[in-house]
Design a binder for this molecule. Structure first.
Ligand code: SF4
Length: 349
């Protein structure tokens, strides 16, 4: 089965693979950048970011030299900023410890920031043809169908899937083989309505032979939490108050307008007054509602109510809290929700 399976898969990949910029290179650093960007982000969204990134930071030395704030600004819009932070940290380590050459030994790579088992497997198999299995959401769905596992396609299945895929690894073109599995999951063995009629693997597929391809995997129960927050736009002589988030935790090191969650029992104005007192230690004199907007994250939905505020006195500013002119916002990396507010305030989108 092994030889036939990989032969069919690779020949399908050669004819059907999408023409993507990171498939035109064997440069380990470029492959590494693309793999980090592709985590939790769609291929279509990644392409322009990847192309601009490679133009701006063509080598790992260019990235290592760049200031973190500039790198985070570059990343703005891709989300999950820890990826950019780790990329930057790891670039510095690769420059210092490995003379700018990403090692090919998985044990060394696993110690670099941002390299979990998936990233290690994908980067090393694609860049150096290392015989490592990788499991992303597309591969997981494809594998549970091939094996007809009647369960949700989650990480609980990964041990079984890893054993199954390890047995099928070809001796050559491992990187293409891994990419082919992911591509097959994305284009043919799709989440809904898999295209079994054109699938080169259907003769190996237990779900297909049992007529269960639309039933497997079982649907995920998604819990989306709603978060309600108030945001204060505070203006002084044409400049706006923003603050930098702490260097660890959610949305670390990004800049945002003051504000925070509405607690239970509070109305929006009460929440605004409390947040401004807690965060800035100043009193709100008056506030006028400007607009509401929603922003979606994987696990939650944020409902932001934006107010323009007059204060009784202004807070002190320092390294982590600044007055920023509207033209200078482009230098401050912000979470997507705050970036939308800037667009709405100044660019009227
Ligand atoms: S036959 Fe259908 S369900 Fe099975 S791997 Fe191919 S596309 Fe997926």
């Amino acid at each position: 089965m092994t030889a036939n399976f990989s032969k069919l898969l690779l020949s399908w990949f050669d004819k059907n693979k999408r023409d993507l910029p990171w498939r035109k290179t064997k440069d380990p650093y470029h492959i590494w950048v693309s793999e980090i960007m592709l985590q939790q982000t769609t291929v279509r969204a990644v392409i322009p970011y990847y192309e601009r990134w490679i133009k701006t930071y063509p080598t790992v030395f260019d990235l290592a030299r760049a200031p973190l704030q500039e790198v985070l600004k570059f990343w703005q819009g891709l989300g999950y900023y820890n990826r950019a932070r780790n990329l930057h940290k790891a670039a510095n380590k690769v420059v210092c410890d490995y003379k700018g050459q990403l090692p090919s030994d998985p044990h060394l790579v696993r110690h670099l920031p941002g390299f979990g088992p998936y990233t290690t497997g994908s980067v090393l198999s694609i860049a150096y043809d290392k015989p490592l299995v990788i499991i992303d959401a597309n591969v997981r769905r494809l594998a549970v169908r091939l094996l007809a596992i009647k369960a949700q396609a989650d990480t609980k299945q990964d041990k079984v899937i890893e054993g199954f895929l390890t047995k099928l690894l070809p001796s050559k073109r491992v990187g293409d083989y891994n990419q082919a599995l992911m591509e097959m999951g994305a284009l043919v063995c799709r989440n809904r309505e898999p295209l079994c009629n054109v699938c080169p693997l259907k003769r190996f597929c237990k779900a297909y032979s049992l007529g269960l391809q639309e039933v497997i995997p079982l649907p995920q129960k998604k819990i989306i939490k709603d978060i309600h927050a108030v945001i204060a736009i505070i203006e002084k002589k044409g400049k706006y108050l923003v603050q930098k988030r702490p260097s660890s935790g959610l949305l670390a090191d990004l800049w945002e307008f003051p504000g925070g969650r509405i607690e239970s029992g509070e109305d929006k104005f009460q929440a605004l007054v409390r947040e401004i007192k807690e965060e800035l230690d100043v009193e709100v004199k008056s506030a006028k509602h400007l607009f509401d907007l929603k922003h979606f994250y994987t696990q939650f939905r944020v409902n932001l109510s934006v107010f323009i505020c007059q204060l009784k006195n202004y807070p002190a500013v320092y390294e982590q809290r600044k007055w920023v002119g509207r033209k200078d916002f482009s230098r401050y990396p912000m979470p997507s929700g705050s970036a939308k507010i800037v667009d709405k305030l100044f660019n009227k989108t």
